[in-house]
Write a new protein. Sequence first.
Length: 431
Amino acid sequence: MRVSFVLVLLVALSSIFIVDCSRSLSRARSKAHNGAIPDPPVIPLPPPLKPDGASKPKRVKTNKVHWTSISVDKISNSIYKNKMKDNIKFDADAIIDIFAQPKTTPPETKPIKQRKTELLDPKRGQNIAIAMNRFKPYRGQLTEQILRMSLISDLVPTLSEIAPSKEELQLIQSYKGPVESLAEAEKFLWEIRDISDDLKLRAKAWMFMLGFDELVSPLELTVKTITKVTQEVASADKFHELLRIILNIGNALNVREVKGIKVHSLLPWSEVKSSDKKTTLMRYLVQLLVKNNQALLTFGEQLKTVYPATNVMRSSDLMKQTAELNTNFNQVSAYDIKTRSDIDIFQTEFNKFRIRCAAKLDELKDLNNKMIDALKKLATLFGEEEDAFIEKGGYDEFFKDIHTFLLRFDEAKNVELKPVTKDSKQKVIRK
C-alpha cells in the first residue's frame, strides 16, 4: 500500500511540474516577443522510474549461472544481509551482451518420408532385401535372365532362398496399390511374380544341374580306386608269399600252428622285441629276406594304389551319397515346371541334362557292381567275412592296415640296409 501511494504521488507531482514548465515557457516567449529578457530554459525531468528503481533489462537468452540459493529465512543472519557497496559498479546490459547465447538457426524441416507398404513378415522382408542386393545388375530384367538361364551360378542358391511361398505370392498378387509404394522386398517379388509359382522348384532343379558333376566326381573316383586296389592286392604274388613266410615265423614263435591270419595281425610285428631289446620282429623279417629272398623286399611295388585308397571316400559315405544322388535325380525329374514364353529354355536344357545324368548314373551303377564283385573275391582270398567286409565297410580298415604295414616294413628295411661305415659294426643275420 505504501509503495503504491508513493508512486501515485510521484506521478501527480510530475504532471504538475510539467504544466508549470509549459506555462513558464509560454510567458518567456511572450516576454521575448515584447522585447523583455526571457527566463533561463527549464531542465527536463528524467523518465519516471520503475517500481524497483531499475531500468528494464534486455530480453536476451544468456548462459545461466548454476547455483544453489539460500532460503529466505536464513538471509538475515548471513553475509548477504548487507547491500553491495556503491563503489562496485557494473553495466548489466554489457554483461548480458558478453554472456548472451549465440543465435541459432532453426534446423531445416525435412519432409516426412512416406511409409512404404509392407506385405511380408518383417524378418522375411529384411532377409529378401539383403539378398536382393546381389541381383542389382539384373534389376528390371531379372525375369528374362531367369528364363534364359543367364544368371551366374552363384546366384541360383540365393534365388531358391528368396523365392516366395504360395502364401507370399498370394499377398503380392492381391495388392492393388501403386508399385512405387511397396517396400523393397515386396517390389522385388512383384517384379518376378509372373514366374514365382514354380520358381523354387525351378531354382532347385537348376542347382542340381549345376552341382551334378561335382557330386558324381568323388563317387566315381572312389569306386574306380577301390576297384583298382582290390585287383592289385588280389594279384600281388610277392605280398602273398610274404604273408606265408610271416605265418610260418609266427607259428614257430607261438609253438602253435594256424592255417592263416588276418591282415591286421601284421601290425604288431614292429612292436615285438627280441630278448635283448636290440631288434624287432619286423627287422628280423627284413634280415631274413635279405639273406634268403631279396625279391620280396620290393613287394610294395605291386601295391601302389593302397595309399590312394586310404584317402578316398569311406564305404559308408559312398553308399549314402550314391543313394542320395539317385533320389535327388528322381525328385527333380518329377518337377512340373512350366514353359513361360519363347525365351524360356529351361525345359530344353533340363531334358538334355536328364539324358546325360541318367547315363552317368547308369555308368556309376555298373562301376559299383564291378567293385562289389572284386571285393567279394578279395574277401574270399584273405578269409574275410563277406558281409562285414563289403556291407559294413570292413575293406576301409583292410587297406589301411596294409598301408600301415608297408610303412613299418620300409622303416625297418631302411634301418637294416643303411650303408655300413667304419664306425659301425657289421650286423649279424641270425639263422
